[in-house]
Design a protein around this ligand. Structure first.
Ligand code: SAM
Length: 319
């Protein structure tokens, strides 16, 4: 028989259980506090690891860039001492050297009648030197991005020195530049290498332009492109076009009007258009829109991505 537990015993039992419950509760609280502390420590470690790996990667990029610049400077000094040519700068705003090499291989393989570029600088000088080399019969040994060598067998020699009186080379490069400061810089660059004679460096301020109901600030280039078209009206000409301006901050879809102006006057010709900075979403959208635009005009075209630091896309029209 159970012994009768009076109210005092029951009360003591309840108090004991309550105390145990409170102690268990305290333990749970203490444990959750420790769990939280562990979690915080873990998170702090993750942040630390993240920030260390970011610092390491920045440092690595910096030292790689510095090594690349030292090698380039060394080569530039050697070139200057051997043939007086000044090395090209491919860092920052100019086209990357991979795009430069790709453009050179295009010039090497194709007989372009005219090169048009939107946005002057290193590329302008590179185009001028490449055309002069070609017109002087200087063979190029180019290593393309896939690593294969394009070489027509002849010896690679120093860049031909250009003298307008000795060479019958028309102004086959037309470069649009909106900014006076960079117009002057490109002029100096061309003069320094004595190649300004084959470049028509056009000061084309950005003017308000409406295309298909969309407002743009774009190079004042219509008259010049019309003049180019009339110079090539006799047959089908081959054009190489570099789209590398105006800068992105001048407006949304800043570079988009280029195709409109090209098609307005040159739509019967063969045009290779290299879009620089294709890694940017705006340039990707622009390339898609351009292809749709070409479809709607029933103009044949093909596209090819050019793998490089900032990305590139080659759009070939009427080929
Ligand atoms: C991407 S850049 C053109 C680069 C050119 N195709 C080359 O290879 O050097 C486009 C435009 O940006 C402007 N620009 C060039 N260098 C600049 C700089 N350091 N800061 C701001 N704008 C610059 C010039 O007006 C130039 O035409």
């Amino acid at each position: 028989m159970d012994q009768y537990k009076g109210p005092t015993n029951k009360f003591l039992e309840i108090s004991r259980l309550k105390k145990e419950l409170e102690e268990a509760n305290d333990k749970i609280l203490e444990m959750s506090k420790q769990i939280q502390e562990l979690k915080d420590a873990n998170q702090a470690n993750e942040h630390l690891v993240e920030s260390i790996s970011l610092q390491v990667s920045k440092q690595l990029t910096k030292s790689t860039e510095s090594t690349v610049k030292q090698i380039e400077s060394y080569m530039a000094v050697k070139d200057y001492l051997s043939d007086g040519s000044i090395g090209l700068n491919f860092h920052g705003w100019p086209i990357s050297s991979e795009i430069g090499l790709f453009l050179l291989s295009l010039i090497h393989e194709n007989q372009y009648d005219c090169i048009i570029e939107f946005g002057s600088g290193t590329s302008t000088l590179m185009f001028a030197q490449a055309l002069l080399n070609k017109s002087a019969g200087v063979a190029l040994a180019l290593e393309n991005s896939a690593g294969s060598v394009i070489n027509d067998g002849a010896e690679v020699s120093a860049i031909a020195e250009y003298s307008p009186s000795e060479h019958d080379v028309p102004k086959r490069i037309v470069s649009f530049e909106h900014h006076k400061k960079y117009l002057e810089e490109t002029t100096k660059l061309l003069r320094r290498q004595n190649v300004e004679g084959i470049v028509d460096l056009v000061h084309a301020p950005l003017v308000s332009t409406t295309i298909d109901g969309e407002e743009h600030l774009y190079y004042d280039c219509a008259k010049k492109i019309e003049a180019i078209a009339s110079a090539f009206k006799a047959g089908t000409a081959r054009f190489l076009v570099l789209v590398d301006g105006p800068p992105q901050q001048t407006g949304e879809n800043a570079r988009s009007p280029a195709l409109h102006f090209l098609l307005q006057h040159l739509s019967t010709h063969k045009i290779d258009i290299l879009i620089d900075d294709y890694k940017r979403p705006a340039e990707k959208r622009m390339a898609e829109r351009w292809q749709t635009m070409l479809d709607s005009r029933a103009l044949s075209h093909s596209g090819e991505e050019v793998v490089s630091e900032k990305g590139g896309f080659l759009l070939r029209v009427n080929q």
